[in-house]
Every structure is written in C-alpha cells, then in structure tokens.
Write a protein that binds this ligand. Sequence first.
Ligand code: ADP
Ligand code: MG
Length: 367
Amino acid sequence: MMELTGLTRRFDGVPAVSDVTLTVRDDEYLTLLGPSGAGKSTLLRLIAGLERPDSGSIRLNGEDITHRPTHTRGLGFVQQSYALFPHISVFDNVAFGLRNRLVDPVTDETGVKRRVDAMLELVGLSDLGQRMPGQLSGGQKQRVSLARTLVTEPKICLLDEPLGALDANLRERMTVELRRIREALGVTFMHVTGNEAEALAMGDRMIVLDRGRAVMIDAPDTVYARPATVAVAKFLNAYNVLDGKAEIGGFRHGDVLLPLPEGAARAAHYAVRYDLASIEPAGGAPAPGRAAMPAAFIAREFLGSRVVYFLHRPDGGVFEVERHLSRSDPVDHPKDAALTVTWAVDDVLAFDASGRLIETRRLKGAA
Ligand code: ADP
Ligand code: MG
C-alpha cells in the first residue's frame, strides 16, 4: 500500500501537483485521467523520485520514501518514450534491469534466462528475444519496455500514457493485455492517460486530476454516472454541460428555462449525458418528468456500434445525443431540421457555482 499525503510540486510558484492525498492499494489497477498539463506526469515523477515535492509525503508499506533515491524505492516506471537500448537485443534489454538492479541483482545466467523467458512469454514476445529494437513495431517496443520494468518485480508499476503512441486497433488489444499481465503478476498498476475511455475501461479505480488536484477518486462507473465536479463531467466527454443559473421555475440557460431536479436551487451548471437524451419532433410539450429544448440538426457520426447526433442548441452551442445501434436504428434528419431534444429530469446532474456536484434527491442510481 502506498499513501500520498498533501503532495505538492510547484514550478516557478505555479503548482503542477497540488495537495494530492490518496491511497494506492495492493494489487489494483488504478488509472489517472486528466487533460494535458493537469500534472499527471509530474505526479508519477514525484512518486518515482525523479522530482522532489515542495511539501507532502509518500509512504510505501508504512515506510517514508519521500526522500529516498529513485532506484531504491522498488517501483517500476514505464516512461512515455520506450527508451530501449538500441544496440542490444530484446532479450538483453529485458535482462538489463535484472542484472543491474541495486537490490538483489540476478547474476547467474540460468536464473536470468529463466526469468526473462517467462517475462517475454507473458507479454507475448517469446519468439522475438534475439531481435534488435529497431526491428520491432511500436506495439512490440511497448511490450519490451513493459517487460523490462516488470521483470524487476516492482511492487507498483507506474505507466505514463503507455498506449499513447499506438494506433487505435493495437491500443484496444493492449488494454486487454495490460489487464491480463497485471492480474497474472498481482502488481499494482498506476496508469496515466488523457483518454477517458481508456481510464474508464481499464481501472478498478480511477483518479481524475484537474489542474494538479485529485478532484475525484472512485470506481469508473461512479465517476461516469456521478462526476464530482463539472470539470470531471467535461473530461468524460459524455455530458452536455449547459451553463446558467437557477431561478424560480427552473434553470435559466439563455432563452430556455429547464426543469431542475429537487434540491438543485443552487445550480450553476446543468449536465445531461449524451446517451440519456433523446431527439423528438419539434413543438410537442415534454412528457411528464421530462425536460425539452429546441435544437437544430447538424450531423450524425457512426462509431461502430453507436451513432452520435450533433445538434445546435438555441445559444449556438452543440448538443450531443448518443444511441446504441443494438437498441435503435439510425435516424436521418435533414440538415438544420428543427427538432427537440428531451431528457428525464431525474437524469440531470446539477453543479454549483464552485463546480461541485449537488446531491439531488432523485438522482438515478441513488436509490
Ligand atoms: P501532464 O502530464 O498531465 O500533461 P505535466 O505533469 O507534464 O502534465 O505538467 C503539469 C504542469 O507543470 C504543466 O503546466 C507543465 O508545463 C508544468 N511542468 C512540468 N514539468 C515542468 C518543469 N520541469 N519545469 C517547469 N514546468 C513544468
Ligand atoms: Mg504527461
């Protein structure tokens, strides 16, 4: 178990990581989501000991490692660039860490071979041990980089955007692979990504970083259904976020007044998930318990099993509606067609002026 307490790192007075307190459990897959510049890499570098905190502490299994040198922390770090040694074979790249580690290096070649072979098999590179890094594809280099770190049996493995350089196809395969490899070894993964789908799919838990702060630490389904702040809702790329102000009778968003769930009288942001909104013909009154807003059709986009409809809101912003094709056939609308978007008031998330989720009484999943 690793405990970060009040971890802060400033550059020129500006915090890159700000007062981060969290517990990393044994044998878990933790994903860390945040936009570019949120402080993800800095947080990993602090944990790895490549960066010194201005304040706060890091404890690993009860021991304070805040000021211990990197190579004595027993952590693995897979950096964004694979940083393989180009002039030695895949086998020797993986063996390098094992032969040279400070604590308990493996010196007998039979032991090295046994462990490197087992690791190459685990990452699916059994046949490529004698290749040189220059002869590998991006995905294979990624696996070598991972194997080289994991062969040293770290307690926690830090991965900085490990799938960032891979194409979509390979990326999807590697997500499954990473989970399988982690489970086989029982090591904790702390996986940094800027991709919300990746963070949601891979983590047992996820941390959301917003301008250096850990604004949410929870199970992916909770993060998705009940984002703790409006910034988290925006990072997820799954919510229409409307800004405005609660007034008597509802939520004022430009010219439209939308019904609010009970208890949301402080609302300053109003969010509706893409997949919980519907498109209906223009004009009709909303059904009981539903909200409605006029919208003009822009375009639709196929995403394999889903289709996303883009519409113009009355204030000119974009409203998205997502449909799974297993549940409905795609619908055609002429460009600029006047339509209505609707949603259940129970499905609305309201956030206050400081961006925090307001606990309303009738939220979905709360019962
Ligand atoms: P992320 O990995 O989430 O994209 P980083 O941790 O790399 O974000 O950076 C967080 C912030 O800290 C950024 O504003 C970045 O410019 C700044 N930063 C990171 N490293 C340094 C450094 N060595 N010197 C100055 N500023 C830095
Ligand atoms: Mg980074």
